[in-house]
Write a protein that binds this ligand. Structure first.
Ligand SMILES: [Zn+2]
Length: 326
């Protein structure tokens, strides 16, 4: 791709982005204000469990429900304030913290779908809201005890964080940065297949940012470790919340001087350069990871829910705009 950003298409807008709520950082610090929001007749709640998010019966949106007395009083569902949606309070509740009868009634009026499915089927902003909901509810469910002293922690700021009453430490929802990168050489894209993946399934290389490392340094290190390939000047393109359980995918693009890739880090089964035409054909075939490779050499690209797919399609578009690399 050209280094001239003027010739590049706009960055992709991945699924799970665009929740667009006012998260009311100031207001949520006042317990009286939060109590008033819980009692607001306009308040609604969204629901999630480890299995997914509750969607409306027709599957067109997340299911927004009035708060029951037991939820509004905080006795049930452990409601956390997601924010204000067009001025209306919106809370998130953990289905696993609700009474069984309440769960049964909710499931009667909507469906629990996996977040990945919700991301693909719901409008983008609803998918973004679902990712926010799942990330926050999931973090609270798995962080009820202080990692410092073991005491049970308390929800503060209406769910923005938790506080340990014994040692006084605050705990905030954790987000683990992961870099995922378009690496190109001439008109080719570097893709890898992890150990255990079926034949034909390839994706962009990716990996966690290590302690004491910048995302750009992580890109260079991961490409070196996973493919034995050098790459220069990674440039940020776009990001995606990926609450499975707590990642933030940071998409980069970089140019490599090329070379023969070697999958010798113990994680990858194969890493290779794919010509643009081959990647384009795989996109047009509409075959993705949900399919089995029809031919032994068929290329299966990641699902549309992932930023990997968004970045691959962006790369194809960028090449179309800027022409072959100099
Ligand atoms: Zn503690």
């Amino acid at each position: 791709m050209s280094t001239d950003s003027q010739t590049l298409p706009p960055p992709p807008v991945p699924i799970f982005t665009g929740a667009g709520l006012d998260r009311v950082a100031q207001l949520r610090r006042d317990p009286n204000e939060v109590r008033a929001l819980l009692r607001d007749p306009e308040a609604r709640a969204l629901f999630a469990s480890d299995q997914g998010v509750l969607v409306s019966r027709d599957g067109s949106s997340l299911s927004r429900r009035e708060l029951s007395e037991s939820v509004a009083s905080g006795r049930d569902g452990e409601p956390v304030l997601l924010g204000l949606e067009r001025g209306r309070p919106l809370f998130g509740c953990d289905l696993e913290a609700l009474a069984p009868a309440a769960v049964a009634a909710l499931l009667d009026s909507g469906g629990l779908v996996s977040l990945r499915e919700a991301g693909v089927t719901l409008p983008r902003a609803e998918g973004g809201l679902g990712a926010y909901l799942a990330a926050l509810i999931g973090w609270h469910r798995h962080h009820r005890y202080c990692p410092n002293c073991g005491a049970r922690t308390e929800v503060v700021e209406a769910g923005l964080s938790r506080l340990c009453p014994r040692c006084g430490r605050s705990h905030f929802p954790r987000t683990d940065p992961v870099v995922i990168m378009v690496v190109q050489h001439d008109d080719q894209l570097l893709l890898g297949r992890r150990l255990g993946w079926p034949a034909g399934r390839y994706s962009l290389l990716a990996g966690f940012v290590a302690a004491g490392e910048t995302p750009e340094e992580a890109v260079v290190r991961e490409v070196r470790e996973e493919a034995d390939i050098e790459t220069d000047h990674p440039r940020y393109v776009a990001a995606q919340p990926w609450p499975f359980p707590a990642s933030l995918m940071l998409g980069f693009a970089s140019v490599s001087p090329g070379g023969e890739p070697h999958a010798d880090d113990g994680e990858m089964a194969d890493v290779r350069w794919f010509a643009r035409e081959r990647v384009l054909a795989a996109v047009h075939q509409e075959a993705d990871w949900s399919a089995q490779a029809a031919q032994p050499d068929e290329l299966l690209l990641p699902s549309r829910v992932s930023i990997a797919r968004s970045l691959i399609e962006w790369w194809l578009e960028a090449r179309a705009v800027s022409g072959p690399a100099a």
